[in-house]
Design a protein around this ligand. Sequence first.
Ligand SMILES: Cc1cc2nc3c(=O)[nH]c(=O)nc-3n(C[C@H](O)[C@H](O)[C@H](O)COP(=O)(O)OP(=O)(O)OC[C@H]3O[C@@H](n4cnc5c(N)ncnc54)[C@H](O)[C@@H]3O)c2cc1C
Length: 500
Amino acid sequence: MEMESQASIARSSETQYFDVIIVGAGISGIGSAYSLQRECVDKTYVILEAQETFGGTWHTHRYPGIRSDSDLYTFGYSFRPWTEAPIATAERIVTYLKGVIDENDLARHIRYGHKIISADWDSSRKRWQLTAERTDTGERLKFETSFLWMCQGYYGHEKGYTPEWLGMENFKGTIVHPQTWPADLDYSGKRVLVIGSGATAATLVPAIADDAAHVTMLQRSPTYFNPGTNADPLADQLRALEIDEHWIHAIVRKKLLMEQAERIRRAKEEPETVAREMIEAVKTHLGSETDVAKHFTPRYRPWQQRVAFIPDGDFFEPFRKGKASVVTDEIERFVPEGVELESGQILDADIIVTATGFRLCVLGDIKFSIDGTPLHLSDTVTYHGMMFTGVPNLVWVFGYFRSSWTLRVELIAEFVCRLLNHMSAIGKAMVTVQLRPEDMHEPQLPWIDEENFNPGYLTRDMHLMPKRLNKPEWQHTQDYFSERVRIPAINFDDPIFVYS
Ligand SMILES: Cc1cc2nc3c(=O)[nH]c(=O)nc-3n(C[C@H](O)[C@H](O)[C@H](O)COP(=O)(O)OP(=O)(O)OC[C@H]3O[C@@H](n4cnc5c(N)ncnc54)[C@H](O)[C@@H]3O)c2cc1C
């Protein structure tokens, strides 16, 4: 950014044009740029990123213990080998991404500190007109592009979601959200109360338990956990045989995908057995001190929410050692010394961590319009969870939750590059998706079936999301194993695509 800032300021009054603008330099934006510059060599492009560096999620989240819960053989890209233990810290993921940027000379295409605030489609010129704000100077810059590749993720990066509890202002200690964890927060010798029991709590609790006086994890209801070893025996064996890392990556990736397909199939077809197995595994890690029936037996089916992988069972260790405990109850109100529960119990705390999730962010909080008319994405129907009826030349990269997010980044990248090359070949500058006559009378349903997947941030704000139809092409199925066949087979001559 430093290198580029003088040049940008000089250009600031002009509109800068690029064939493609990628929004966001997280794992989606970097992977998409890689594909674009290989598959569409004649296209000019820029990545606009609001933050001061790349990484997205893996830069934003800095709470103790932050790590992936997917294996990096599938969360990493297919084209760059992962050579370490499957579960990785944010730091290792950022290093991996830096490798991709360096090896592919992507840095010169990224503008940091550029937050896009508005985007208007101009039909007469067949271009998006964007306004970006420089986060360092507040200066407004104008960009134009023929195609918007939205890689801005799904949640607001500025701050996490914290419910409004009664009396929060009365609490005498410190309240922190993991998404905005203060670098200087001193929790040693303190009583820490973690509200929530999702993936964040599962990584945070073991990371702080040794130093804290005690950690209490408070949950409204129990969560599934998937304890396992942070090693892949096949990868280790192939490495010992000095097999090329590209081969190891490809083989282990395929193996893990097959295992994942089997896990998902079983979770759907025999949910009670899978639930029992997972709860049994937790029981063996926890020992007899913890009431597993009360605190670790969820009320929902496995995989209706993302299941946190627990490498080497580390999350359970502080519970076994008495350094952490779990309470299942609802908060009545905050009190000066901690929180009062519906049962009447008071939980004392010096620090309260609200591991309560994210704020859903639809299309990067950018004010979108089409020829000056505000766009409400909830009025559109989604095509494969990536394009939207009536919204030209735009794709949103929304990955998988049950499989690694990045698997979908690559599927969508292949789709976009093929689409852009097709449009060049037929000499068209504008593409929109439209419902076919047989789709017109189908009921328009919420973005995702809550029976299929129901994390809090989606159910809270589902009304803001586009609609789906009960047909695989008109929804984000969250099913990699069918989409990896269906998306590459999309025929751009289908009447769903309207060109001009
Ligand atoms: C703590 C945590 C752990 C996770 N672990 C996993 C995991 O193990 N496996 C998995 O599959 N998924 C995981 N996820 C989901 C995860 O978010 C995705 O897998 C993935 O990192 C998302 O990448 P992304 O590039 O699409 O979006 P993000 O990482 O959210 O990055 C989007 C980028 O776009 C930028 N941006 C947004 N709006 C604008 C704008 N208006 N103008 C300019 N720039 C903008 C943001 O600043 C950000 O840098 C996790 C999520 C969290 C929060």
